[in-house]
Design a protein around this ligand. Structure first.
Ligand SMILES: Cc1ncc(COP(=O)(O)O)c(C=O)c1O
Length: 383
């Protein structure tokens, strides 16, 4: 075992993909550190109303849910959360899960069978990939955002059913799916469309998500998944769609059935965050202002969500640039294979509604300069 682990570690070191769980990178452990890495897009994880909702839920329900939702784990707080998420996104029904990851895996495994073709975008998140793999369905990977390929895969399929899997705003590159045309293709070819709105809820469509913005909320053939751990500032996940789908998931989604219910504090925090997103669209507008400032200063094309992606190329150059940036007081995400769908390592500069746009822009400009310097240094190094 020890030898095997050592060999695996050497392989990762050679590939430049060693990672760390370093508490010093947490902004709370270093006052003044500028956080351009967190997914708390609207700054709600720190909002006093969200914190108070979580604390009140601990007082009312305790710290843990104690059991699965289908045993004794369902509280009034879970029902309230599901109603708030449905109201925010304009969907008829909602089922909360303990994470976005388990929501995706639970949904896809519950939808799959050998007669159902999954057509998954090549940039889909790991949780969607894993869900499709576990679903015992045939899977076709569609080249990223290639609608002609998607149409061909749907038209030429031999299976009676098909499920198309996309993200509304992609997590690493930050680009948006063309939901209008994808949903139209799905309708034409009698396919179900699953849209992962992990980065869309609270961000796209004045915070109500990209599915809502595309006029697809409540469409029979469109289902969305969400995480509560990004713009909603809490923890957990959800599937939203027709009531019959919710009932199907309660009976069959293994990551729902065989998992302890979402912690009551997380449910209450996310429910409160949903109310704030609905009532304060100016927060979402502020987020987009900061995102534009970051993209402009980094010299990258402005992506429609919070995530602005700065391509670096080699993983070593990305790691080096991120480390130097950290020394200079800015923490950014450093994405390397296998977390980058196109194999290009990048710094991921994330906007937040509560950041000062000028300070964020200065940091983004500095990030771009360090990325260029690290790339040049690596190119000049003896091979
Ligand atoms: C696109 C996408 N889907 C799902 C998830 C999983 O969400 P969670 O962190 O709530 O498990 C993430 C985030 O990590 C994500 O980026």
């Amino acid at each position: 075992m020890a030898d095997w682990l050592a060999r695996a570690a050497e392989g990762r070191a050679r590939a430049g993909i060693v990672r760390a769980t370093d508490v010093r990178r947490n902004p709370q452990s270093r006052p003044g550190l500028l956080d351009l890495a967190s997914n708390d897009y609207l700054g709600l994880a720190d909002d006093p109303r969200v914190r108070e909702a979580a604390v009140a839920a601990v007082g009312r329900f305790g710290t843990g849910a104690r059991a699965s939702r289908v045993v004794t784990g369902t509280t009034a707080g879970h029902a309230e959360l599901e109603a708030e998420l449905a109201r925010l996104t304009g969907q008829p029904a909602c089922l909360a899960f303990s994470s976005g990851y388990t929501a995706n895996v639970g949904l896809l495994t519950a939808l799959g069978d050998p007669d159902t073709l999954f057509v998954s975008d090549a940039h889909a998140h790991a949780s969607l990939v894993d869900g499709a793999r576990l679903a015992r369905s045939p899977v076709a990977i569609c080249p990223h955002a290639d609608l002609a390929a998607l149409e061909r895969l749907l038209r030429e399929r031999t299976q009676p059913r098909a499920v198309v899997v996309v993200e509304s705003l992609y997590s690493v590159l930050g680009d948006a799916a063309d939901l209008d045309r994808i949903a139209a293709l799905c309708a034409e070819h009698d396919a179900l469309l699953v849209v992962d709105e992990a980065h869309g809820v609270g961000v796209a469509g004045h915070g109500r998500g990209a599915v809502h913005a595309a006029g697809l909320a409540g469409a029979e053939h469109v289902v969305l998944t969400a995480t509560l751990s990004k713009a909603l500032g809490a923890q957990g996940g959800a599937v939203l769609g027709p009531p019959a789908l919710r009932a199907h998931l309660v009976d069959t989604a293994r990551t729902f059935l065989f998992d302890t219910a979402l912690a009551p504090a997380a449910a209450a925090a996310a429910a409160q965050a949903c109310r704030i997103v609905r009532r304060e669209p100016e927060r979402v507008a502020a987020l987009h202002g900061v995102a534009r400032a970051i993209a402009g200063a980094a010299g990258v094309e402005h992506a429609p969500g919070a995530v602005q992606s700065l391509p670096v190329g080699a993983p070593e150059a990305a790691v080096d640039a991120a480390a130097r940036l950290f020394d200079d007081g800015v923490v950014v995400g450093c994405f390397r294979p296998p977390s980058v769908p196109d194999g290009v390592s990048r710094l991921r500069l994330v906007a937040r509604a509560t950041l000062d746009p000028d300070r964020a822009a200065d940091a983004a400009h500095h990030a771009a300069a360090l990325a260029a310097a690290s790339t040049a240094a690596l190119a000049g190094a003896p091979g």
